[in-house]
Design a binder for this molecule. Sequence first.
Ligand code: KMH
Ligand code: ZN
Length: 277
Amino acid sequence: MTTPTLITVAPTGAESTKADVPALPVTLAELTATAKECEAVGASVIHVHIRDDEAKPSLDPVRLRDTVVALRESCGLIVQLSSGGSVHDPEEARLAVLDAQPDMASCTMGTVNFGEDVFLNRWEFIVELHTRMRDRGIVPEYEIFDLGQLWSLARLLDKHGLPSGGHVHVDFVMGVPGGMPGTVEALVACKQALTELPAGTTFSATGIGRSSLPVLLGSLAAGGHLRVGMEDTVTYAKGQPVEANSQLVARASGFARLAQRPPLTPGQARELLGIGV
Ligand code: KMH
Ligand code: ZN
């Protein structure tokens, strides 16, 4: 049986800059236009980081609310807000992201070195995020930067229960300097560790930078789902900046179709992820 492919677009992130990739969407108008274009070529989820007027990463609560509303008005994508923010964001601001009432939010399963920085995710913070999401009917995407974080997730679910909707979905974020590498071997190790998690757990994978394509192809072959976007990849090919997020989504959709695993619609993705149940 072939499983259709959930394609998440992560169009902006907190680390990429206009200098790296001039087409980075940083305003609300750019973000909503990007969302529509990506939905048209096969995305079903949008993982959102927002920027301020100077294009710096922001967790401003009013902007976050406005962003959720504007995305809902302009496209059918599932709106997933990042609770990871940037490595400089305090825990309270990251928890307050949930006040914008997105469909989904990310929940990173542990602390990881992040280039020269540290992406801090204390256990108590993770528990609070998971619990608040369940209380508010927000479906988590558990972000996995290293293999052991899957055992942390197993412990979280064992001690604190299943998320809203009852379905568990994880995203392997591979190739961050300080986390697991963006290799097929690491992907297979992560997939094998899913036996520790509830039956039916689904996964997507994204490779940072040059690991983007190997991780994409590996995930498709392994029955996983895909995440692409300028948050993770600023070049389409060597020396060629990404021109639009939809270019990356279109390429992912093309590979998914070739693999006989066509993209899921947002409605089908909602069913898969247990959103609105
Ligand atoms: N910007 C990274 C520090 C997430 O969105 O939840 C964290 C990140 C993960 O991007
Ligand atoms: Zn993110």
